[in-house]
Write a new protein. Structure first.
Length: 237
């Protein structure tokens, strides 16, 4: 199961006890082998404009340490549980009144990188310094340097090969990159034009746990693998 950092719950409203229990009764049949107790589960909700009248619900099980969060789209009569990978997002895009435009595509990209977290090589969107999951904070000078490198999502002023192109800062393993994120009308995400900004960051174990015995501290290795991964995937999730 995937643990989602609390910072990614921005914009979500916590439900009261009655509403939370009602949603838990609805969602339980769709989440297999997982027990969500009303006493230990925090249920939050937000609107997602690119999914029409569906709402996004998060179910955070605080009986686990660290807490584990599950996400689902819901409108009366319809439930789609996300499996924390890109395929379940694309399935939702195909099975709902999905629609992207310039005003909501940034929110979609943030949503995408929050929920597409089961790939072996996890890419983490970074829009501010607090988004880097440090285990040890760097020196003040290093912090200032990193703060200058991190940029929020921006629309590419030059356009590009996709209906929507954004400039982004992303974290891969323990390295920070600038990159271009392309999105088409179906919500398919592609990453290209990555440039190494900083490496050997003391990254959170959630993002490097798969590689603790494989030399993940090597920033050059991270850059090479980032390029190799994009090549093998044609740059697409």
């Amino acid at each position: 199961m995937v643990t989602v950092p609390n910072g990614h719950a921005n914009g979500m409203t916590r439900l009261d006890r009655y509403s939370a229990e009602k949603m838990l009764r609805i969602i339980r049949p769709y989440i297999q082998n997982i027990s969500l107790s009303p006493d230990m589960t925090e249920v939050c909700m937000r609107n997602v404009p690119f999914y029409g009248t569906f709402r996004l619900y998060s179910f955070t099980d605080r009986s686990n340490h660290p807490p584990q969060t599950h996400f689902a789209l819901y409108k009366p009569g319809h439930v789609h549980v996300f499996d924390m990978n890109h395929k379940s997002i694309y399935e939702a895009n195909s099975n709902t009144p999905f629609s992207l435009n310039r005003e909501n595509v940034m929110d979609y990209v943030r949503f995408f990188f929050t929920l597409a977290r089961k790939k072996i090589e996890n890419i983490h969107l970074v829009e501010k310094l607090d988004d880097i999951p440090f285990t040890d904070f760097p020196s003040e000078d290093r912090t200032d340097e990193l703060g200058q490198l991190v940029q929020p999502l921006l629309h590419s002023p030059q356009g590009g090969n996709h209906p929507f192109e954004l400039m982004a800062t992303v974290m891969f393993r323990n390295a920070l990159f600038s990159a271009t994120i392309g999105v088409d009308e179906k919500g398919i995400v592609k990453i290209s034009d990555h440039t190494l900004l900083a490496d050997e960051l003391p990254a959170h174990a959630d993002h490097v746990a798969h590689h603790q015995d494989s030399g993940w501290q090597d920033g050059a290795m991270a850059e090479n693998m980032m390029g190799g991964m994009m090549g093998s995937m044609a740059g697409a999730y």
